[in-house]
Ligand binder design. Sequence first.
Ligand code: COA
Ligand code: AMP
Length: 630
Amino acid sequence: MRNEYLKVYEESIHSPENFWGRAAKEIQWYKPYQKILDASQKPFYRWFTGGELNTCYNAVDYHVLMGRGDQAAIIYDSPVTNQIRKITYKELQENVSRFAGLLSSFGVRKGDRVIIYMPMIPEAVVAMLACARIGAIHSVVFGGFAPNELAIRIDDAKPKLVVSASCGIEGKKVIGYKPLLDKAIEISRHKPERCIIYQREQFQGTLLPGRDFDWEKEMAHASAVDCVPVSSTDPLYILYTSGTTGLPKGVVRDNGGHAVALKWTMKYLYGVEPGDVFWAASDVGWVVGHSYIVYGPLLHRCTTLIYEGKPVGTPDAGAFWRVISDHKVKVLFTAPTAIRAIKKEDPYGEFIKRYDLSHFKYLFLAGERLDPDTYYWASDLLKRPVVDHWWQTETGWAIAGNCMGLDPLPIKAGSPTKPMPGYEVKILDSNGKALPPEQEGIVVIKLPLPPGTLMTLWQDDQKFKTSYLDMFPGFYFTGDGGHIDRDGYIFIMGRVDDVINVAGHRLSTGAMEEVIAKHPDVAECAVVGRKDEFKGQLPLGFVVLKSHVHRNDGEIVKELVQMVRDQIGAVASFKEVVVVARLPKTRSGKILRGTMRKIADGESYTVPSTIDDPLILKEIEEALKQSRLA
Ligand code: COA
Ligand code: AMP
């Protein structure tokens, strides 16, 4: 018998319209689409053009209408506030439709942007769905970003309104979000007209009369509104992600293709059925949160889990297994770094044995490379499939994976298995020549990308083209390097650009360089991502000081660390800076970041033939050694 995955994959590549047309039948449309794949504006492809739907209707109202209103839509499990709360589909519908009414009463209309800056509480999901309900475009900003990063996103998205909470809770720390929001609005050029603030008892934010409104008070007299039909190609959300410069890229997601693709993945990739409990232990501020805390599970009528806690320390390394056991979770999706955090505290998996994991079927991991050590640890102790899958904010769902709902393929440690339906993955050299199996190169995807992937960058079609499409005509440039083996398994080895991955968080070294370069004593700088056993990568700064500077290096380093924390956020984990006399460069002046990274990782390196002065590399090695000894 032929492997089911292979059959499905081949159809998706050779007859994409048949394949996705069938998948689209699982979604409720107000108006049928005229075209499944619209290639009339190449290289901008559109899915399900002419069709009208509402994502919130499909994720909430439809299930209530079908008699499932009493099923739990959300389980909120918050060890940091000692709360467990269940919200049924009916209750979710009530909250979302009233919050949508509140947004409408504040003048938010179809196409307006709303920024959501929230911790992991159900109200974040309510705010997202309420935007979808009225056709407003949400842009969720991760809570770990500093005011400056939030301000950059406010200036780009130009939101009419911001939804936030008074605070977030990070382990034992209470982080005031409202003061961060105030600061962001103070420094942004665009000023949102209104803010709705969800006040939490751990910290109350001060509300600015006329601009800020209390969530609970306003909701008490808000009236419910219905879903509005939107075009399949209308944006559902903008999600900013780190690029190679300080300006993040605003990835734009449509409504139609997104709903169709996510719904398909729930059954066939994750192997879950309506009614199952699905848990993505991520954050609503990341793409994983958008796709698999909010939209995917709700479109599929699963119960989704919102977990406000950490894998360790809230209270211990058994937290994940406790949640799985308490709520009968079928699938857990998290980042390898979270598993490494657990492994460090509980190397023999003692906590795993204490919980009833009988409902738990699969552990899915993504966000960074799943190193074989972590794979074997989890797989040996959990005795369940541990499924690596590779994707990006841009694609919104997995590019490569192992479909648990079809015939699963044998797992190879270190590989996210094979391309998902709709993705034709190739490996090219820097001249665009296709490379044979086993050879390392640049990973690209043949156009068109499948439904649910990015449509463009927010109000910047040109940047979309230059960032992703111009490099290799006919292909989407993923920014990742890797190879495909003789069996067709994909191996993703790391980014080929200036993007790094720290504890599953995608960050730009370019953005950090821009911050450091502003320090009055810094002449020039470079930031590279060095290997870290726990977080995968950590940023490492090299700075050259101006010649007249005679201050203590240590003091300057402290100031630089603080600057990055203040301007990008704690999430950057920027803690290591080495002062050097010169930076290694090519004769044309390009900084040799790749070679510096290899030196920092203790890897062997060849001295580039284009280097201006090879001696500098020895100086870098020595400076690193001294700084690590200090
Ligand atoms: N709001 C405010 N601050 C935040 C934050 C948030 N939402 N998330 C992280 N931070 C802060 C942390 O408190 C920490 O601050 P500190 O320097 O004062 O200690 C800093 O940002 C760095 O955070 P992080 O790198 O996440 O380290 P950590 O030790 O707090 O947690 C892990 C480590 C592995 C538990 C955590 O990073 C994790 O769960 N990662 C998975 C990421 C993920 O889900 N990615 C999506 C793909 S699945
Ligand atoms: P993000 O946009 O935050 O999801 O980050 C996307 C990047 O994370 C990708 O381009 C990869 O570099 C990396 N990544 C995500 N998942 C994997 C994986 N399973 N294996 C290897 N790298 C991954």
